[in-house]
Design a protein around this ligand. Sequence first.
Ligand SMILES: *[C@@H]1O[C@H](CO)[C@@H](O)[C@H](O)[C@H]1NC(C)=O
Ligand SMILES: *[C@@H]1O[C@H](CO)[C@@H](O)[C@H](O)[C@H]1NC(C)=O
Ligand SMILES: *[C@@H]1O[C@H](CO)[C@@H](O)[C@H](O)[C@H]1NC(C)=O
Ligand SMILES: *[C@@H]1O[C@H](CO)[C@@H](O)[C@H](O)[C@H]1NC(C)=O
Ligand SMILES: *[C@@H]1O[C@H](CO)[C@@H](O)[C@H](O)[C@H]1NC(C)=O
Ligand SMILES: *[C@@H]1O[C@H](CO)[C@@H](O)[C@H](O)[C@H]1NC(C)=O
Ligand SMILES: *[C@@H]1O[C@H](CO)[C@@H](O)[C@H](O)[C@H]1NC(C)=O
Ligand SMILES: *[C@@H]1O[C@H](CO)[C@@H](O)[C@H](O)[C@H]1NC(C)=O
Length: 489
Amino acid sequence: MAPPPRVPLVLLLLLAAERTARGTFPEEPGPIAVAPPDYVKHYPVFVGHGTARPGGPEGGGTQRLSIQRILKVNRTLFIGDRDNVYRVSLEPSGATEMRYHRKLTWRSNQHDISICRMKGKHEAECRNFIKVLLVRNESLLFVCGTNAFNPVCANYSMDTLEPVGDNISGMARCPYDPKHANVALFTGGMLFTATVTDFLAIDAVIYRSLGDSPTLRTVKHDSKWFKEPYFVHAVEWRSHVYFFFREIAMEFNYLEKVVVSRVARVCKNDMGGSQRVLEKQWTSFLKARLNCSVPGDSHFYFNVIQAVTDILELDGRPVVLAVFSTPTNSIPGSAVCAFDMTQVAAVFEGRFREQKSPESIWTPVPEDMVPKPRPGCCASPGMRYNSSSAFPDEILNFVKTHPLMDEAVPALGNAPWILRTMTRYQLRKIVVDNAAGPWGNHTVVFLGSSTGTVLKFLILPNATSSPVPASPGSQSVFLEEFETYQPGR
Ligand SMILES: *[C@@H]1O[C@H](CO)[C@@H](O)[C@H](O)[C@H]1NC(C)=O
Ligand SMILES: *[C@@H]1O[C@H](CO)[C@@H](O)[C@H](O)[C@H]1NC(C)=O
Ligand SMILES: *[C@@H]1O[C@H](CO)[C@@H](O)[C@H](O)[C@H]1NC(C)=O
Ligand SMILES: *[C@@H]1O[C@H](CO)[C@@H](O)[C@H](O)[C@H]1NC(C)=O
Ligand SMILES: *[C@@H]1O[C@H](CO)[C@@H](O)[C@H](O)[C@H]1NC(C)=O
Ligand SMILES: *[C@@H]1O[C@H](CO)[C@@H](O)[C@H](O)[C@H]1NC(C)=O
Ligand SMILES: *[C@@H]1O[C@H](CO)[C@@H](O)[C@H](O)[C@H]1NC(C)=O
Ligand SMILES: *[C@@H]1O[C@H](CO)[C@@H](O)[C@H](O)[C@H]1NC(C)=O
């Protein structure tokens, strides 16, 4: 296929100059190239069923896909759908459709479906939506589905997609409602999940289960720990697991609800508290705000985190890139900010924030009021307390009542690396190739929008060490844009 036409750069610069100035936001140049409408036509499409069946999207008994999760293992893709998991090989075949090589059908049984219907749920919701899809060991997948609002999990062979062993409850591992966001990861044989644990989706948790350590959760129904969270991603880094999410901020004394983005962390080796305080709960849970904002006279925050990458090495630093947007009822806009994990960790070594009484404003906790060893630290052999369950009550009580850090995590360069504010869509997804180009030494970011547009940006070399504060968007070049939504397919 012919490459998309290259638009002369000078023309684009002229067009950009024509645009009217918009307050504190810098100009946003358009892409260097815009792909023609049929650009994605030559990429194979996954349609679910095994054979090509012409006759329109509803014809031929074809079921629409409802893809919930995708897991890539080397050159194999596992696709978690409604009632099905597909295994697809990524080796190029030249075909216009990507066929699955194996399919696992895992439907809810009639009993679960009728209970779901009796509780007032719609027929279309009382199905098994696959929400957790992880590698358990070299030969096993760990899969959880909503199972008609009665979540279940089980091991499946990676090779044959046959079930291996018994089902276990999916409660606190998988949401009940397919609309809810959840995250999950395995490390050291332990499953870390963030989801809601009940039918009504009121009780949000970060939960650890399986493996040899005790099962732990966050404190129940305590708005200091969580207020209507929406979980986006989890990564492990050194002795902790970090969770990225958004929630309603408790620390502003505003009347209206304000959503903010956060990162929380827990120690992998947490053993829970004592029998008096935080028993079977995290003793290391702390959270901090993420600061993705455009500096200027009226400082503008992108508060709604949408997606986060795994940890990448950029200019030798451990970095995650995150997509943020404005709230849906506000002017549309999106930004990509980068966060250095060492700076994330540093915020958790900083001051705590507290509210002394329900009416007072939130203030930093003076250093001499913080007990020692530091609340939220990981106990380890050789330390004075070799297990978190041995921590004195004073420390456990402090952690229980002070989960919020005072400072926000700064974005690298103190400004977004990519900014889009003149669009009708919001950016929702991010994928990074940090071995792009002929020498494999360039970083290219692909962003997916709410309307199916894919935007491609080149991150400029040494973006992480650019002068501070950088001007927003100056660390990237907008390479290309193409539409993936094809109404005809
Ligand atoms: C994926 O590739 C890596 C490196 O070649 C290998 O060690 C690993 O076992 C592979 N994973 C699976 C599930 O085949
Ligand atoms: C994975 O787990 C299964 C079931 O427990 C076990 O039989 C198998 O030996 C394990 N495979 C590896 C490579 O550890
Ligand atoms: C799944 O596989 C893991 C790893 O082999 C094993 O420990 C576990 O008992 C299996 N079954 C369930 C229900 O988790
Ligand atoms: C696991 O759950 C599914 C769906 O509810 C059910 O069809 C299957 O029989 C269960 N398998 C086992 C081994 O319990
Ligand atoms: C840019 O990054 C490379 C490799 O990370 C490093 O060797 C070089 O010194 C950096 N240059 C500047 C100007 O910071
Ligand atoms: C922790 O210390 C106690 C005594 O202080 C000891 O009995 C226990 O074995 C130690 N545990 C670990 C995991 O080192
Ligand atoms: C966010 O970062 C900007 C730019 O460095 C800074 O001016 C602002 O005070 C920060 N906001 C918070 C809440 O830390
Ligand atoms: C990538 O590698 C090529 C060839 O070694 C080199 O010329 C180029 O400067 C490198 N680019 C970056 C961004 O490091």
